[in-house]
Ligand binder design. Structure first.
Ligand code: EPU
Length: 431
């Protein structure tokens, strides 16, 4: 298994190109199963999760091809992938694949809507919590799907097709909203979603579906209306920039000091996080090219934060922000309201000398003047990013084990950071 070695202390200065968003890319790729025509996605990030999803979708019958590099295109440019599910050859998504990536459970929606049946393994829990799929299944049942749980699989049937319905989510769910959008796009009649997720990735999915011929209005608001159509066409769509990757590097700069342009980032996609960074003493400027973050000289100030669905502070930046607060000039309280167990990074941050106490769904972080490098272990994707941020500011060397977690969601992390002056290297398993 690869490791990442970081020697802390360097300020970050330069430009970091922001990749396409993983959490947009995955539902966009899954939506390609809704049509027998070609869906072309540009700016797809080179990530382990994207490659795994390609494998899962090809198992369902999707062909895919990836464009080679074009003249003048840098190494950081996203990939262009063409996906064509001319025929669905298998409506089962097996345990071996779904258990490796939760989002692949969402294939249940296009399979059921297009083929009238789907058999998809339940994804199971993961490091950040139990993560049930009851609301996704509720949405499909409202649309007329008959669902049984058999042998660890959700077996869904809609022999006469799905039909529009009113769906009220008791809790905001990104995956539930994605699933409802995809299924309702091919249902007969009109569907209204209440308390839908408003995340930018939901808007991105709705935009692709509309380009494919769906009739969706209100995406990005709590109430979304979808008028079903009989069939969807192919389309071309550019994946939106990754707000979580951008937010992560923004926090890294706030931690080390320096001045970095997050090229391509859109401030309005992670404004709540940027506002918190400003409160913590960083300087943030939105430009035509992206978002510029700097901190020069001043201390890191403590800020209390509570995660909540978009547009509030995202749970996917909670661990990274906690890393920043370990060096703050005082005490901060970080409350996690989305996932019940998303504090795996606390014990690893303690290995740098951070002082963090857990108090129910909150972590109380007492800033310390110095962190010291240590051997640490990545536990999940975003938690791993928090260890990178701590390591960048720590005295001495940090060795991060289980880097495959980072590879799921951060494209070329070590290259992007090194180009800004950080001492970061990957030590591959063989070397
Ligand atoms: N929930 C239910 N029942 C359901 C679905 C969700 O109780 O049927 C609960 C969850 O347990 C959680 C809350 O609702 O407490 C919100 O979960 P949501 O469905 O919004 O999460 P998700 O769709 O499974 C996506 C992202 C996550 C991100 C969350 C929240 C992708 C592929 N994943 O997950 O990203 O944390 O939304 O914003 O889009 C990550 O990228 O590291 C990651 C975990």
């Amino acid at each position: 298994m690869d490791r990442i070695r970081i020697v802390g202390g360097a300020k970050l200065n330069g430009t970091i190109p922001i990749s396409g968003a993983k959490n947009a890319a995955l539902p966009l790729m899954i939506a390609s199963l809704l049509t027998d025509r070609t869906v072309t996605l540009e700016n797809l990030p080179r990530l382990a999760d994207v490659s795994l999803l390609v494998r899962i979708l090809s198992n369902q019958g999707a062909d895919y091809s990836i464009d080679g590099r074009r003249q003048g295109e840098g190494r950081e440019a996203g990939q262009t992938v063409h996906m064509t599910a001319r025929e669905i050859v298998d409506t089962t998504a097996p345990y071996e694949l779904v258990s490796r990536m939760r989002a692949s459970f969402w294939v249940i929606a296009p399979l059921l809507a297009r083929c009238g049946e789907a058999r998809v393994s339940l994804p199971g829990g993961c490091a950040i919590g139990t993560r049930p799929v009851d609301l996704l299944l509720m949405a499909l049942e409202k649309l007329g799907g008959q669902i049984e749980i058999e042998g660890g699989y959700a077996v869904a049937k809609a022999p006469k097709g799905l039909r529009g319905a009113e769906i009220t989510f008791p809790k905001v769910t990104v995956g539930g909203t994605h699933v409802a959008l995809m299924a309702a796009a091919l249902a007969q009649g009109t569907t209204v979603l209440h308390n839908a997720a408003r995340e930018p990735e939901v808007i991105d999915l709705a935009e692709l579906l509309n380009k494919m011929g769906a009739k969706i209005t209100g995406a990005g608001q709590s109430t979304v209306e979808i008028t079903g159509v009989a069939r969807l066409n192919g389309a071309k769509h550019r994946v939106l920039p990754d707000r979580i990757e951008a937010g992560t590097y923004a926090m890294a700069v706030a931690m080390t000091g320096g001045d970095v342009l997050l090229e391509g980032a859109q401030a309005h996609d992670f404004q709540a996080a940027l506002d918190v960074l400003v409160q913590s003493g960083a300087h943030v400027e939105s430009t035509n090219e992206g978002v510029r973050v700097s901190r020069n000289g001043g201390p890191i100030l403590p800020v209390d934060v509570e995660t909540a669905p978009f547009p509030a502070f995202p749970t996917d930046l909670q661990a990274q922000f906690m890393a920043l607060m370990t060096r703050a000039n005082g005490v901060s309280r970080i409350t996690e309201t989305i996932f019940e167990n998303r504090f795996m990074h606390v014990q690893e941050l303690a290995r740098f000398g951070a002082r963090i106490k857990l108090d129910g769904d909150s972590a109380v972080v007492e800033g310390v003047p110095v962190l010291k490098g240590a051997p640490v272990m990545a536990t999940d994707l975003r938690a791993s990013a928090s260890l990178v941020i701590a390591a960048l500011a720590a005295e001495g060397e940090t060795m991060i084990q289980r880097v495959y977690h980072l590879d799921r969601g951060f494209e070329a992390l070590e290259r992007k950071l090194s180009l800004c002056g950080a001492e970061v290297e990957r030590i591959s398993a063989g070397g």
